[in-house]
Design a protein around this ligand. Structure first.
Ligand code: PEP
Ligand code: MG
Length: 864
C-alpha cells in the first residue's frame, strides 16, 4: 500500500483509491475506544471505532451516504457509504433511556446525505444531566468487512472538518453497497396454493432459502408487511391458502432472493399438509381429551386417563398452571445491562433447545426435533427481539420486556382466524416461560413443593418439565395431552409416572388433596382410603425392587422356562444408544434407524461417512450383530437435505425404499458404506417399506453388484421389514429371497387399521394388539417358516409386556426394544412357558378387539 503520512491520509480532500475517510461528526476531544465508559463499545461489540467527548450539541454526517438506521429515540444514527461501510454514530452512554428527551433528529431514515450535513441536534445540558456520560462513539458496524487503518490521535476534533478515521475494505470481504441496495429492487407476486397458506413451516423454509443471498426480502400482503427473517411477522400477515402476496427484494442479488423465496413458497402442493407432523406433536394444549376418557371410570373418586409413563405414585396434588412467572415491570439496572441479560437468557435457551433437538433426534422423535427447531427459529425472530429491546429502552426489565413482546405477538396471531396459529401461540408461550426461567425467574421457588408432589396441569410443556424438582415430583397428571406428547416422552425418560387425558374433571380436584396414581392402568384416585395409600406405597417399592432385580440378570441370554430361546435386542439410532444397549444387556441391535444419524445436515452423507458411522457403532457393540436399516425417510421422518417432491399423503408416498425411485444415489451410497463395515459378518441389512418380492429382488441384485465391485467375498444377510399388510400376506414369497423378516408393528398397525401413527387422538385405538395386526404377524411367521427363516419384531409392540407372550407364542424369536427396556423384557420372557404361549396366542387371534386381547393377556400373564 502507498505510504502516506498521517496528516495527509486523514485529510478528507486527499483521495486514495480504496480508502474511505470519515470526518468527525462531533466537536470535542478524542477519546480512544478502549476508554469509552461502556464495555459494549470499549470491547468493540459494536465494531471498531473511536470516541469523541462532545462540546457542541450537533452531529454531522462523517461521510456521504444513506441513513440506513435512525434510532426512534434520536440518539444514534447509522450511515452507509457508497462502498458499503456502515458508520454508527452513538451520542452519549445509555442515552437510549432518555427515550428521545433532548434529541432532535434532522434527517429521516433512508435520506441521502453529504459529508457535513446535520443529522441530529441535541441539548448538551439535558443529555449531560440525564445520562452517565456524554462520550459518543463512531463505530464501524460491519468491521468484519472494513478495517480501520488510521485513526485520529489525542487532541481536539471539529465536526465536519477534522479527519477521524480512515477505512479500507478487508481482503475477500463481501459487501452490500448502499447504491446497489437502492438501485436493485425486484418485485414478484405469488399466489399461495398450498394448504394452510403462509404457515410456520413454509415461512421458516422461505427464511432459510435466502440465507447467504446478498439481498433483503420483504413480504407484503394487503396493508401488512414483514421482513423474511421474521417468522412471527410472516405468520401475522395472515396470508392463507389462495392469498396473493408480493415479494419485494432489495440488494445485489434481489432477483435470486425473490425467486428462492417464491420457489420455496410454491413448493408445497395443495393438501401436502406440511404443518401436520408439527401440529400433531405440538406441545400446545390443543388436543382434546378423548371423550371416553372420564367415562371409562365407573369408580367413584377415580378419574381415568391414558398412561403416558408407567409407575405408581402417592402424593399431594399441586396445581402447576396457576403459578405464573411474574417478572418485575421496571429494570433494576441500566437498559444496556438489562439488554445484555436478555441476550444471555436467549443464548442459554437457544443452547437448551439445541440440546433438545439433538436428544429428540437420537431418540428417533424427528417430529419432536422439528418442533424444537421451530422454537429456535422463533427465539431469534427479529420481531420479538426488537420489540423486547424497545421495551427495555423504556426502562422495563428484561423479563417484563420479553413477556410483553411475546404476548403482543400472541395477540396479533389471535386476530388471524386460523386454528394452526393458535398452536404457534402455544409455542410462543413456551418460549416466554423458557426465557423467563433463564432470566432466573421461577414459579417453583415461589411455591415450595411438598415432599411428595403430584403436579397437575392442563398440559405440561417441555420447559415446565425441564425445571422440575425430580426428588419431590412423584407423578404428573394432565387434563389433556396425548401419550405421544413431548411431556409424555420426557416423563417416560425421567421415569416419572404420568397420566394424560384425564379431562376437565381434574381441575375440580382441590389443591393439596392426597392422590394415588397407577399410571399403567390410567387410574387417578383422588379420594383414596388409608389402605389404598398404603398399598400404593408398597407397590411402588416392589416395582423398584423388580427393576433392580431385572437389571442384575440383564446380561444373560433369555429363554422361556421350557428352554425356548428368544433374542432380546435393542432399537438404536446413535452411537450413544449403542453403548446404552450394551450396558442394558441387549443381545444384539435389532434395528439401527440410520436416518437419524443424518437428519441435521445440509447434504446427504458420503459413502465414507456412512461407513464411519456404522463402523463406530459396530465396534461399540463388541461382537454383537447389528441390523442396519437403510434410509427410511418420508412421512413422519424428514431430513433437512432432502427436498422430496410434494405428496398429498406422504405416509402413503415415497418413503422407505421407494425413495430410491427418485433418489437412487442416496441408497447406493448407503449400501456401499454398509458393505465396507468390518467384520463383515456382524452387519445385516434391513430394507424398510417393502411391499412385494420384485422390490426385494431388485435391491438384492444391487447389493450383490456393489459387493462384487468392492471385492467383497463374504455374503451379507438381507432382511425385509414387514410393515405393510401386503408384505405380511406375501411373507412366504419374500422369505424365499430374504435372510430374515423384521416386523415393524408401528407402521403395520398404522396401515392395517388406517390410523395415523402420529395422531394422538387415535393413540388408544391404534393398538398393535388388535387381532387384525396379530393375524398379520402370524402370517409373516408362517411365511418365513416355510423357508426356514427367522422373524423378529422391532416395532414398539416388542417392548409391551402384554404383547411379549403373544409374539413369542406366534413364533417370533427376536424382540428388539428400547435399550432401557431390555432388562424387563428379558425378565418377562424368562417367566413364560413357550407351549402355553403358543396355545393362548392362537386363541388371541380369534378375539374381536385389542382390548379383549389385552385383557386376556393380562389374565394369563399378569404384569409384575
Ligand atoms: C415400525 O414401523 O414399527 C418401525 C420399527 O419402524 P419406524 O418406527 O422407524 O417406522
Ligand atoms: Mg416403520
Amino acid at each position: 500500500m502507498e505510504r502516506i503520512e498521517e496528516s495527509r491520509l486523514m485529510d478528507p480532500h486527499t483521495r486514495v483509491e480504496g480508502h474511505i475517510v470519515l470526518v468527525s461528526p462531533l466537536t470535542g476531544p478524542v477519546v480512544p475506544l478502549a476508554s469509552v465508559p461502556d464495555p459494549v463499545f470499549s470491547e468493540g461489540l459494536f465494531g471498531d471505532g473511536i470516541g469523541v467527548d462532545p462540546l457542541v450539541g450537533r452531529v454531522v454526517a462523517p461521510c456521504d451516504g444513506i441513513v440506513v438506521h435512525l434510532a426512534r429515540t434520536g440518539h444514534a444514527v447509522t450511515l452507509q457509504t457508497a462502498e458499503g461501510a456502515q458508520v454508527l454514530v452513538h451520542v452519549g452512554i445509555d442515552t437510549v433511556e432518555l427515550n428521545g428527551k433532548g434529541f432532535t433528529p434532522k434527517v429521516a431514515q433512508g435520506a441521502q446525505v453529504r459529508r457535513g450535513d446535520t443529522l441530529i441536534e441535541f441539548d448538551l445540558d439535558v443529555v449531560a444531566c440525564n445520562a452517565p456520560s456524554l462520550v459518543s462513539v463512531v463505530a464501524i458496524a460491519n468491521s468484519d468487512a472494513f478495517e480501520v487503518i488510521e485513526r485520529a490521535g489525542a487532541g481536539h476534533v471539529e465536526a465536519g472538518k477534522s479527519g477521524l478515521l480512515v477505512l479500507r475494505v478487508r481482503d475477500g470481504a463481501v459487501i452490500n453497497t448502499a447504491h446497489e441496495l437502492v438501485a436493485n429492487e425486484v418485485r414478484r407476486s405469488v399466489t399461495l396454493t398450498h394448504a394452510g397458506g403462509l404457515h410456520a413451516r413454509p415461512a421458516a423454509r422461505a427464511r432459510e432459502a435466502v440465507r447467504g443471498i446478498d439481498a433483503r426480502v420483504e413480504v407484503r400482503f394487503g396493508e401488512r408487511k414483514s421482513a423474511i427473517e421474521s417468522v412471527v411477522g410472516l405468520l401475522s400477515l395472515g396470508a392463507g391458502e389462495g392469498a396473493v402476496i408480493e415479494l419485494v427484494g432489495i440488494g445485489r442479488e434481489a432477483q435470486r432472493a425473490v425467486d428462492a423465496v417464491a420457489n420455496e413458497l410454491l413448493r408445497e402442493a395443495p393438501g401436502e399438509g406440511g404443518e401436520a407432523p408439527a401440529r400433531q406433536q405440538s406441545p400446545a394444549p390443543v388436543m382434546q381429551a378423548p371423550a371416553t376418557a372420564v367415562a371409562l371410570s365407573a369408580e367413584p373418586g377415580v378419574l381415568a386417563g391414558v398412561c403416558a409413563a408407567p409407575g405408581v405414585a402417592v402424593g399431594k396434588l399441586v396445581r402447576w398452571d396457576e403459578a405464573e412467572l411474574a417478572p418485575p415491570e421496571l429494570a433494576s439496572g441500566s437498559s444496556a445491562a438489562e439488554s445484555r441479560l436478555l441476550d444471555k437468557a436467549i443464548a442459554a435457551v437457544d443452547a437448551e433447545l439445541n440440546q433438545s433437538v439433538r436428544t429428540a433426534s437420537q431418540r428417533g422423535a424427528i417430529g419432536e426435533a422439528g418442533i424444537f427447531t421451530m422454537h429456535r427459529v422463533l427465539l431469534e425472530d427479529p420481531t420479538l427481539v426488537d420489540a423486547a429491546r424497545d421495551a427495555i429502552s423504556l426502562g422495563k426489565s428484561a423479563g417484563y420486556a420479553w413477556r410483553e413482546a411475546i404476548r403482543a405477538q400472541i395477540a396479533v396471531l389471535g386476530k388471524v382466524d386460523d386454528p394452526l396459529l393458535a398452536e404457534r401461540a402455544a409455542d410462543l408461550r413456551d418460549l416466554e416461560k423458557r426465557v423467563l426461567r433463564a432470566l432466573g425467574l421461577s414459579n417453583t421457588a415461589a411455591r415450595s413443593l411438598p415432599e411428595e408432589a403430584v403436579l397437575a396441569a392442563d398440559e405440561f410443556t417441555p420447559s415446565d418439565l425441564a425445571t422440575l424438582d425430580r426428588k419431590r415430583v412423584m407423578a404428573l397428571v394432565m387434563a389433556r395431552g396425548g401419550a405421544t406428547s413431548h411431556a409424555a416422552i420426557i416423563a417416560r425418560q425421567a421415569g416419572i409416572p404420568a397420566i394424560v387425558a384425564l379431562g376437565d374433571a381434574l381441575h375440580s380436584v382441590p389443591e393439596g388433596t392426597e392422590v394415588v396414581i397407577d399410571a399403567l392402568a390410567g387410574r387417578f384416585a383422588y379420594t383414596p382410603s388409608a389402605l389404598d395409600i398404603e398399598r400404593a406405597r408398597s407397590e411402588k417399592q416392589r416395582q423398584a425392587g423388580v427393576r433392580e432385580a431385572n437389571r442384575r440378570t440383564s446380561q444373560e441370554a433369555a429363554a422361556t422356562r421350557d428352554g425356548h430361546a428368544v433374542e432380546v435386542a435393542a432399537n438404536i439410532a446413535t452411537l450413544e444408544d449403542a453403548n446404552t444397549a450394551v450396558e442394558n444387556g441387549a443381545d444384539a441391535v435389532g434395528l439401527l434407524r440410520t436416518e437419524l444419524l443424518f437428519i441435521h445436515r445440509q447434504a446427504a452423507p458420503t459413502v465414507e461417512e456412512h461407513r464411519q458411522s456404522y463402523q463406530a457403532i459396530t465396534d461399540a457393540l463388541a461382537g454383537r450383530t447389528a441390523i442396519i436399516r437403510t434410509l427410511d425417510v418420508g412421512a413422519d421422518k424428514e431430513v433437512d437435505y432432502l427436498t422430496l417432491p410434494p405428496e398429498p399423503n406422504p405416509a402413503l408416498g415415497l418413503r422407505g425404499i421407494r425413495l430410491a425411485q427418485v433418489r437412487p444415489d442416496l441408497l447406493d451410497d448407503q449400501l456401499r458404506g454398509l458393505l465396507a463395515v468390518k467384520p463383515a459378518g456382524k452387519v445385516r441389512i434391513l430394507l424398510p417399506m417393502v411391499t412385494d418380492v420384485g422390490e426385494l429382488v431388485r435391491l438384492r441384485e444391487r447389493i450383490d453388484t456393489f459387493a462384487r465391485e468392492a471385492g467383497r467375498t463374504e455374503p451379507i444377510e438381507v432382511g425385509v421389514m414387514i410393515e405393510v399388510p401386503s408384505a405380511a400376506l406375501l411373507a412366504d414369497q419374500l422369505a424365499r429371497h430374504a435372510d430374515f423378516l423384521s416386523i415393524g408393528t408401528n407402521d403395520l398397525t398404522q396401515y392395517t387399521l388406517a390410523m395415523d401413527r402420529c395422531q394422538p387422538d387415535l393413540a388408544a385405538q391404534a393398538d398393535g394388539l388388535h387381532p387384525a395386526v396379530l393375524r398379520l404377524v402370524a402370517a409373516a411367521v408362517e411365511g418365513a417358516n416355510k423357508h426356514g427363516k427367522w422373524v423378529g419384531v422391532c416395532g414398539a409392540l416388542a417392548g409391551d409386556p402384554l404383547a411379549v407372550p403373544l409374539l413369542v407364542g406366534l413364533g417370533v424369536t427376536e424382540l428388539s426394544v428400547d435399550p432401557v427396556s431390555v432388562p424387563s423384557i428379558k425378565a418377562r420372557v424368562r417367566k413364560l412357558d413357550y407351549n402355553d404361549c403358543r396355545q393362548r396366542a392362537q386363541h388371541a387371534l380369534a378375539l374381536e378387539s385389542a382390548q379383549a386381547v389385552r385383557a386376556a393377556s393380562r389374565e394369563s400373564w399378569p404384569l409384575d
